[in-house]
Design a protein around this ligand. Sequence first.
Ligand code: NAP
Length: 257
Amino acid sequence: MTDVSSSSLTILTGASRGLGLALARQVLQRGGTLLTLSRQPLQALAAEAAQAGATLIQWPQDLADAPAAAARLAAWLRGQGPNAYASATLINNAGVIPRIGALMDADAADLANALRVGLEAPLLLSAAFLDATRTWAGPRKLLNISSGLGRRPMAAQAPYCAAKAGMDHFTRCLALEEAARPHGARVCSLAPGVVDTDMQHQLRSASPQDFPDQSRFAALKNQGHLASAEDTARRLLAYLARPDFGAEPVADIRDAS
Ligand SMILES: NC(=O)c1ccc[n+]([C@@H]2O[C@H](COP(=O)([O-])OP(=O)(O)OC[C@H]3O[C@@H](n4cnc5c(N)ncnc54)[C@H](OP(=O)(O)O)[C@@H]3O)[C@@H](O)[C@H]2O)c1
């Protein structure tokens, strides 16, 4: 029998900035192997990986082409073998808010891109991950970065709300499927709270005419209610490490003790 490696594998989408970049940095500090799928690989991350003694693989990957990304991930995972890593985790973090406004005013290509990156890619990457690692020896976890807006409707946010609601619900389905399997993966769709990233900037920079809730997002920033990406990443990774990770397939980091 082949020995199981002691090294962990984390796969992360959207590591170029915001929450994804903070997650990537903290995963690298823990060592092991990090595979990122981002449109732009970052030189700075490579340097941080070398310093931390971690292995970093950066794939330049546009997640709007989800079938290509999923096929590439499946092939790569199959090439690793069931004992290559002590544990395997997929974090679907990349997300897009298309131009903010009423659905009837939206551009079709912009809508399609948001749904491809925000829903199709996480679904297809989850399928590829669960299939290719089903015989792996170590624990497998799937963390989908969702949003409160997947659970609460908001005018001018229909495509983003739809993508996150879809993410929550497919995660509930996966939780049932994996619970019925021996050595099934543990899965969770987790809302990260309000985080000080470009996405929040996009929300508070929208026109109040197009976005009735614009002033609420401006106030969140002005009143200092945004969490930093670094602090949120720390909390998300701590949640991922909990022994009961996956007990709730849909959760909010703000409710975590
Ligand atoms: N910030 C918040 O308050 C908040 C609240 C709730 C949920 N979230 C969720 O948290 C996650 C991270 O958000 P964030 O705030 O860090 O947003 P962000 O700063 O806007 O970053 C979005 C990330 O997604 C990537 N991405 C977008 N389109 C892509 C594509 N076609 N292919 C590959 N990557 C793509 C971006 O890469 P590029 O650099 O290539 O564009 C970037 O790395 C998202 O799922 C978001 O919905 C955020």
